[in-house]
Design a protein. Structure first.
Length: 392
């Protein structure tokens, strides 16, 4: 470590001795040659290093280092104290000019001052990096960082505040990387892993409405396996693709229904089974959250029970319908979303009083050719219209 420091002193002094030599000539200090400027610069560098090491705070280290530098320049160069001070002023002006040039050409420059590294960027941002690694960075877009700074960038633990919210956690090369917590001004919060400034890996997101996601992330999107719950009782456990619930999963509805199967964009889509606490169980194919070709048992809250098939592809649907009042139907039916299915097509219906009808139905009513048999043996066979016998 000392060897590298000596090399830095020698090489750095050899370079910095040039502006010292020029500044001495400007204030008309007679030098026998470049060697004296080099010796003076080397001594100043050594003293400033010692000051930065043992008196790192700029408020104390800066005046001590300036005074020591003036005395060294005065003694080494044979200059009066005012001229030695003027040499330092000229050097400071030269370094400021060179700093602006460096910012314009490279976009950033760094000045080391007694335990602090001051970095300035073309975009108006600047940082202060202490010898221990802690620093402050202020950007022109309103962001403020406080934490470990290396080469003018957040590295290690720190806190970044912006107009949108706050991130606290690990950084690498200026970006959130590792474990961290991001809180937005609207109340949303993410706790977990980051990579290259984005949520990536395992993490938990809580939204202002109370919904919560726990699972995998990729490039700021929910991706992999995860669980989301909402305050209304909705819950999904399963696969995620590009921020949407997609793949195999289990979806629990607020009314207690549970769907297990394939999901796309948060809706049942593909093969799956829907069950309810009242005994309903429907299995088959789903599209965009709606049953497409399914079969099973469905029980309504009004006591109606259906067992059969529900097809939305143009093919016939049907089965058995049992109503609370004792009626029972077997045959084709018309699928009605959100309500009981309607007998439609060929079928048979029985009444609690013993009547039986075999024939055609339309929109839930006796329509078409059919035969009604009464308990007393009477038979009416022929054309029926809107539940009434129209004759032969």
């Amino acid at each position: 470590m000392l060897g590298l420091l000596i090399i830095w002193w020698v090489v750095g002094s050899a370079i910095l001795a040039v502006p010292v030599y020029i500044a001495a000539k400007i204030v008309k200090v007679n030098l026998d040659g470049y060697g004296w400027a080099f010796i003076a610069t080397l001594l100043v560098s050594i003293v400033q290093t010692a000051v930065a090491k043992f008196v790192p705070e700029a408020i104390f280290g800066l005046p001590i280092a300036i005074l020591a530098s003036v005395l060294i320049l005065s003694v080494t160069l044979g200059a009066t104290l005012p001229k030695a001070s003027l040499i330092l002023v000229i050097l400071a002006v030269m370094f400021v000019i060179l700093g602006f040039v460096a910012i314009e050409l490279g976009g950033r420059t760094t000045l080391n001052f007694y335990g602090h590294a001051y970095s300035f960027s073309k975009d108006g941002s600047y940082s202060v990096d202490t010898e221990g690694g802690h620093g402050e960075i202020n950007s022109s877009d309103g962001r403020h960082f406080s934490g470990n700074v290396v080469d003018g960038k957040p590295n290690g633990q720190g806190t970044l505040s912006s107009l949108d919210g706050t991130y606290a956690g690990e950084f690498r090369d200026g970006l959130p990387n590792g474990q961290g917590t991001e809180t937005w001004n609207d109340g949303a919060k993410y706790v977990g892993e980051f990579r290259n400034g984005k949520p990536d890996g395992q993490g938990t997101e809580t939204l202002p409405n109370g919904s919560k996601y726990v699972g995998d992330w990729k490039d700021s999107r929910k991706s992999g396996q995860g669980t989301i719950t909402s305050t209304d009782g909705m819950k999904y456990v399963g696969g995620w693709i590009d921020g949407a619930a997609s793949g195999q999963g289990t979806l629990t509805m607020p009314d207690g229904k549970v769907y297990i199967g394939e999901v796309r964009n948060g809706l049942p889509n593909g093969k799956g089974v829907l069950t309810s606490a009242n005994g309903s169980r429907i299995e088959g194919e789903w599209r965009a959250g709606q049953s497409y070709r399914t079969s099973g048992i469905w029980a309504d809250t009004d006591g109606t029970k259906e067992e059969g098939t529900w097809n939305h592809d143009g093919t016939k649907s049907g089965g058995t319908i049992t109503w609370k009042d004792g009626r029972q139907y077997q045959g084709d039916w018309k699928v009605v979303e959100g309500s009981d299915e309607l007998p439609d097509g060929s079928g048979m219906m029985k009444w609690p009083d013993g009547r039986r009808y075999d024939g055609q139905f339309s929109d839930g009513k006796l329509n078409g050719q059919g035969k009604m048999t009464y308990p007393n043996g009477k038979v009416e066979e022929g054309l029926w219209k809107d539940d009434k016998f129209a004759g032969q």
